[in-house]
Design a protein around this ligand. Structure first.
Ligand code: AMP
Length: 113
């Protein structure tokens, strides 16, 4: 069921999160298993499973998520940072509620694994 993920439960207030930003369209909170000194997830309140399920009606929302990612990076004092959106299990997606990783605070290698 759409929205029936751990992030859906966080959005409904059923389980806690370490919130860093919130507005009417999205929520940003610290990743529970950080891969860098700063690792924040920006998620839409709308339960879109992944970019594969996003449609043209989501265009403004997707842009908003990236602007919030930038706001969070600035708030966290990051000048160089990375966004990651894993789409599909084989690409590393484990939670099927669209989310933008904001990762920084250390040197980041390229290409990613
Ligand atoms: P992905 O693998 O791209 O789907 O990313 C899912 C992320 O969610 C992982 O980095 C997890 O560490 C993170 N995560 C899972 N459960 C929680 C939680 N309850 N609070 C914060 N982050 C979580």
């Amino acid at each position: 069921m759409a929205g029936d993920t751990i992030f859906g439960r966080i959005l409904r207030g059923e389980i806690p999160c370490d919130e860093v930003y919130s507005d009417d369209r999205c929520l940003a909170f610290r990743d529970v298993a950080p891969q860098a000194p700063v690792h924040v997830l920006v998620i839409p309140r709308k339960p879109i499973e992944s970019l594969n399920q996003a449609g043209s009606e989501d265009e403004a929302l997707l842009g908003h998520l990236l602007l919030v990612a930038s706001k969070v990076a600035k708030q966290e004092g990051l000048e160089a940072w990375r966004t990651v959106i894993n789409t599909g299990a084989e690409a590393g997606q484990t939670v099927f509620h669209l989310h933008v990783h904001v990762i920084g605070g250390r040197e980041l290698g390229w290409p990613p694994g």
